[in-house]
Ligand binder design. Structure first.
Ligand code: FAD
Ligand code: NAD
Length: 478
């Protein structure tokens, strides 16, 4: 095997493997280095997303949703199911099968594109030399014209609640409980807390979420966050805001979590505790001091708008650099970098990256929130429309939530969309396309939306921006 490549990508998550495939498509001699090894002693590709992130969590969200439907929510439809049983081992086996199918798929894609996969832990040294340490203790050095750092992130830790892999787990542990905990504590009511808290609540756990911030989902549009909070409370998620965990004590019987809320100090006993307080970039040992790579004040690898680091020929993409920690953001950065390495002037519109919380209903957003527009002094218009007035939503029994569209008061250009409700992820994707095409709300108003669809809520919200929604009484516009 040659030890010199045009491009070496470190990390095979969605940022790294997509970058490598695009590099290979552009004719560049490419290698991917991955440290994660599977049970078959082969590199386990796909990173956090495929192995312990997006995919397994969505598999469990889907399974648990079906269980909750079968166990009770279908009675409104006149469907009664008796003797609904739960086989966690089968549910987990299904999840693992999906993971293997997808990680195997990535392996096949890399092979088909002629990409060399190297197993081991990589360190970037000066002069784009990459040292790879193997599990057997051996080491080999490779060089490349371009090196792309795509080493991803790992769960953040907090001192009062060390993860022990048993009673106290991070997101990875929470994806493989062997039984439903009776009482489940979750530290952090962010995306992971809500998604994995929902999984176990649907399967029967009593879930208490301890969130340090006083505000629920502070980065979301405030109106949508408030609406979502009400829906989750109705589902039985006990979300306690302004709760600062001060100590965790593990015993044979459970885990006691002490937290302060205002002036009060409380202690709750749980069977299991998930720590979901964010993720940190995985930079330890990734590059040497003389590699030329630097980090920003938050510990992320410092890059410019095009993901170039301060070291010539060294790039960084995905969770390891600034911006939202989302698989699709990393993948598109990977494509942009591959194109730039090939000499094209690709760029990424960081203002139009959708984000989704895959609860039921989903919560999804793109672009500016109403509070951001206010803070920026932008003169804007807002239109909301509730799913309760959408025929298809009623027919499906999915009437909670709303679509909200924000646009510029002068130009009418769409600036943001926020949805909590059925198919929120797919509805927001329509607005991603609209914003990328510089559409106005008038464009959406003039389009024909199929009936009966959830998408009609997008149409009506666009009409509501100008006080002309059809299927509700419009409030006078300012
Ligand atoms: P990673 O996926 O973390 O991959 C990095 C890879 O680099 C790993 O395989 C690692 O082993 C390897 N590596 C690290 N250091 C080295 C080294 N020195 N040498 C060799 N290899 C190395 N995002 C979404 O968009 N949608 C979702 O629904 C979603 N759900 C999630 C659910 C959970 C529970 C979690 C934890 C995350 C979720 N995410 C989701 C976030 C998403 O998983 C990440 O944003 C994404 O995986 C980041 O991709 P990446 O390629 O930057 O890094
Ligand atoms: P997050 O930032 O979404 O939420 C963490 C929460 O923990 C925040 O609300 C924060 O205020 C709270 N917190 C922090 N320290 C705390 C403490 N000491 N006590 C109590 N609360 C505390 O992070 P996450 O949920 O861990 O997810 C990590 C990353 O993974 C996110 O950036 C997210 O983008 C990504 N992710 C995405 C998806 C998705 O796209 N659907 C799903 C899962 C994870």
């Amino acid at each position: 095997m040659s030890d010199s490549f045009e491009v070496i990508v470190i990390g095979s998550g969605p940022a790294g493997y997509v970058c490598a495939i695009r590099c290979a498509q552009l004719g560049l001699k490419t290698a991917v280095i991955e440290q994660n090894v599977g049970s078959n002693d082969q590199p386990q590709l796909g990173g956090t997303c495929l192995n312990v992130g997006c995919i397994p969590s969505k598999a469990l969200l889907d399974s648990s949703h079906r269980y909750a439907e079968a166990a009770g929510h279908l009675s409104d439809h006149g469907i009664g199911i008796s003797d609904v049983t739960l086989d966690i081992a089968s549910m987990m086996a299904r999840k693992e099968k999906i993971v293997s199918q997808l990680t195997g798929g990535v392996s096949g894609l890399l092979k088909a594109n002629g990409i060399t996969v190297i197993t081991g832990t990589a360190t970037l040294n000066a002069g784009r030399q990459v040292a790879v340490a193997s599990a057997d203790g051996s080491s080999q050095t490779y060089t490349a014209d371009h090196v792309v750092l795509a080493a991803g992130s790992e769960p953040a830790a907090i001192p009062p609640a060390p993860v022990n892999g048993d009673r106290v787990v991070d997101s990875t542990g929470a994806l493989c409980f062997e039984a439903v905990p009776q009482r489940l504590g979750v530290i952090g009511a962010g995306v992971i807390g809500l998604e994995l808290g929902s999984v176990w609540a649907r399967l029967g756990a009593e879930v208490v979420m301890l969130e340090a911030m006083d505000q629920f989902l502070p980065n979301m549009d405030e109106q949508i966050a408030a609406e979502s909070g009400k829906i989750f409370a109705k589902q039985g998620l006990d979300i306690r805001l302004g709760a600062r965990v001060t100590g965790v004590s593990v015993s044979d019987d459970g885990v006691d979590v002490t937290y302060s809320q205002g002036d009060a100090s409380e202690t709750e006993r749980f069977d299991r505790l998930i720590v979901a307080v964010g993720r940190s970039p995985r930079t330890t040992g990734l590059f040497s001091a003389d590699s030329g790579v630097t980090v920003d004040e938050r510990g992320f690898i410092f890059v410019n708008d095009y993901c170039a680091t301060e070291a010539p020929g060294v790039w960084a993409v995905g969770d390891i650099v600034r911006g939202p920690m989302l698989a699709h953001k990393g993948s598109e950065e990977g494509v942009m970098v591959a194109e730039r390495i090939h000499g094209k002037s690709a760029q990424l519109n960081y203002d139009v990256i959708p984000s989704i919380i895959y609860t039921h209903p989903e919560v999804a957003a793109v672009g500016k929130t109403e509070q951001e527009l206010k803070a920026e002094g932008v003169d804007y218009k807002a239109g909301t429309f509730p799913f309760a007035a959408i025929g298809r939503a009623l027919a499906s029994g999915e009437t909670e939530g709303m679509v909200k569209i924000l646009s510029d008061a002068d130009s009418d250009q769409i600036l943001g969309a926020h949805v909590v409700g059925p198919s929120a992820a797919d509805l927001v994707q329509q607005i991603v396309i609209a914003i990328e095409m510089a559409a106005s709300t008038e464009d959406l108003q003039l389009m024909v939306f199929g009936h009966p669809t959830m998408s009609e809520a997008v149409h009506e919200a666009a009409l509501a921006v100008d006080g002309r929604a059809i299927h509700m009484v419009n409030r006078p516009k300012r």
